[in-house]
Design a protein around this ligand. Sequence first.
Ligand code: GLY
Length: 402
Amino acid sequence: MKLKNIAITSFACLTLGSCQPQPWDEVGTSLAYCHRQVERTLAELGNHESGTDYTLMPRNIADTASVWHLRKATKEEWCAGFWPGVLWYAYEHGNNSAIRQEAERFTASLEFLSHTPAYDHDLGFLIFCSYGNGYRLTGNPSYKQVILDTADTLATLFNPTVGALLSWPRHVKDYGGHNVIMDNMMNLEMLFWAAKNGGGKHLYDMAVSHADKTMNHHFRSDYTSYHVAVYDTLTGERINALTHQGYADESLWARGQAWAIYGFTVVYRETGDQKYLDFAQQVTDAYLAHLPEDGIPYWDFDDPRIPNAPRDASAACVVASALAELNTYVPEEKGNQYKEQALKMLHSLSTDAYRSGEQKPSFLLHSTGNLPAGSEIDASIIYADYYYIEALLRWQKQLKNG
Ligand code: GLY
C-alpha cells in the first residue's frame, strides 16, 4: 500500500481551532464529497442496456480496479445492506428525492430476508443498515414489519444453554461447538430496537445475555478481543478462542476490536447499565493505544510486517462513528479525548491518502476484508463507506449542536 504523507500538523491546527478549516467545515466538505461519489456509483450502476439491477449491490473495488465489483443480494452476501444504507444516509444528508427513490429500490431487494430462515448472524447488518435507516427516515410501516420479522429470525440463532446467538451455523462442525464472533455484537442493535417496537422483551433479554457472554469470555485481561469464541453446546462453557480473519489466535484484529467498541456502546445506550459503559471505555482505550500516528489501524495490530502491513480504513470508520456516541456518555475530559481522536481519524480518512477521489467512485481506499483468505486486501469496501458517512453525519450533528 502506498500511503501519501498526511499532514498531521494540519490536524493539530484543526483541533486547536486556531486556523482554518474547522472540523465542522471539514465534515461538511467530506459529506459533499460522499454525495458526489454516490452520484457516480448510481451512474455506474445504471450504465447498462437494461438499466439498474437493484438486486446487485456494490461490494468492493480491488486496489487494481476502478469500478465496483457487484454481488447479488442473497442470504449469504453479508454486505448487501450497506449500499442501501449508504443511500439512506446520502438522502438524510441531501434530502434528494431521486436518491431516496434509489434507496427504496435497493432496500426492497432485501425484503426476502424477513421470511427466509436465518443463514447466520449478519441479518442485523443486512436489515438494520437498510430497512433500519429507511424506517428511521421515512416511518414507512412496512419497513417496521420487515425489521420485526427479521429480528424474530435472528432470534432463532439464540441458544439458551450458551446464552448467546450462534454466529455461523455453517461452522459448528469446523469449530467443534457453538461459535460466536465479535462481529455479532453489531447485530444486537436490531434485537434491542425490535424489543422496543413491539417485538417482545425476550429479544432484549437475548441481546443482553449475548453481550454478557461476550464481555466475560471474548476478551483478554488487557481488553483486547479474540475474533471467535467457541462454547460447548451442552454446558455453555467456553472451550476455545481463536481467530478467523486476524493474523493469529492471540493477535488483535483491528476490525474485531472496532466491532466491540461500537457494539458495547450500543449495549450501554440500550440498557443504561454502567458496567457496559466502563467496558466500552476499556475496549476503546485498548484500541486507541495501538493506533499509528494517523489514527488508521493496521489490519491486525500484531502483524509483524508493520509498518509495511495493510491498513484497515473500515475499522477506523466504525470507531469514528462509535466515538461520536461514546464521547457523549463519558466524563468531559475523557469525552474530549475521544472527540479529538475521532476527528483525527476522520481527518486522515478525508485526505488524499485514503480518499478514492477521482480514481474510483467509492468513498475510501485501503480497507482489508479477510487477509488470511487473500480477500479484499487494501481495497475499497462498501462497509467502510457506510460507517464513514454514518460517522460524518453523526459528527456533523454533534458539532452543529456545539
Ligand atoms: N463481519 C465480517 C467482517 O468484519 O469482515
